[in-house]
Design a binder for this molecule. Sequence first.
Ligand code: AVJ
Ligand code: FE
Length: 437
Amino acid sequence: APGTDPEALRERALDALTVARERTALLTSCVEDDELTAQHSPLMSPLVWDLAHIGNQEEQWLWRAVAGRDALRPEIDSLYDAFEHPRASRPSLPLLPPGEARAYAADVRLRILDVLRSAPLEGRPLLDDGFAFGMIAQHEQQHDETMLITHQLRRGPAALTAPPPPVSHSGPLPPEVLVPGGAFTMGTSDEPWALDNERPAHARIVPAFFVDTTPVTNGAYLAFMADGGYTDRRWWRPEGWAQIREHGIGAPLFWRRDGGQWLRRRFGVTEPVPLDEPVLHVSWYEADAYARWAGRRLPTEAEWEKAARHDPVSGRSRRYPWGDAGPGPEHANLGQRHLRPAAAGSYPEGASPLGVRQLIGDVWEWTASDFLPYPGFTAFPYKEYSEVFFGPEHKVLRGGSFAVDPVACRGTFRNWDLPVRRQIFSGFRTARTAELD
Ligand code: AVJ
Ligand code: FE
């Protein structure tokens, strides 16, 4: 298993925490302080809330739970408790102002670097393999993605820039790939920093199915739109139909029609919608409607994971589609290196054994499945990470977007959201059951 050597683990934890903090610093320093306290969208927290929440979560888990120390600022805990205050109400809370929020997060971090130098990385479930440090690095990176969503919703000139993804297309691809039927191992019991909802490993029988080789592109999605997809009730779940009617939705979020062409706003820049890029900012209802229009369906979560992890030669499940090695820039579009998905068909080196591309990175992929616990699930270390969200109201997303850091991305990683959500970096691919003969 990666990192049984304690010094290597310490190094890995230090690196993960440092990378996360550099990203947090970028996301909270590329705009003026008054923009950190502003409400850019009622869907999101002010950026300064995320910043202090990151520090507070680190204090609660690493300073108090791991190191056993007393609370540094117990009076602020409730301000940064996501369950006490809905996002829309956070701007009116007496939040720490930007300077204090930065100083608080930095103070916690200095203490934690000290804790990390001497903490035993075994002997307690929270410490085994440095889990708590990995969990907190993943937590910070998840909020960094949330802050990037806030940046995308923010009006005004661009605050962030990044080069476009590399062009790595290798010629025409088959539109779909057959994944043979049979059992595979879903979830994990030995990935050191896997979160509670990814555990335990268990056998799943998945009948044969076809899955799209790449995520659905803007060009394909435009064909659905041109065919009246948003005005034909046949394709829509009743709740999805109600949402598009009520809000007058007729295109992915951030799109705007300009004469004969579609434009999109992306991090402060307006540009023509690129036809070969995976569609982004669609709800589960839009993904579901597109799939029905195409005579297909969304893959189940088990199908997605089998496509991403099952090696038909060895019969075992890999950590990533390309193997067990962590993601490099040649494998996947991750880590906010680029502020957009790469063209469909990119990253040939990141393909699965059967040739499915871009399962990791680019866009979060909606699946057909509700967010439910695996058999044998135990909440760890707290019920509010996963358990309180289990149920039919949340749909699972898989694979991670360009905004996900590698530390919070693997073949087993599970994300979830409400089916109406569109501001997240969400896209999808479709599937169909392989008919038996
Ligand atoms: C797993 C992305 C749905 O952002 O709501 C952050 C992650 N949990 N702080 C979220 C999370 C607690 C979570 N998601
Ligand atoms: Fe959080």
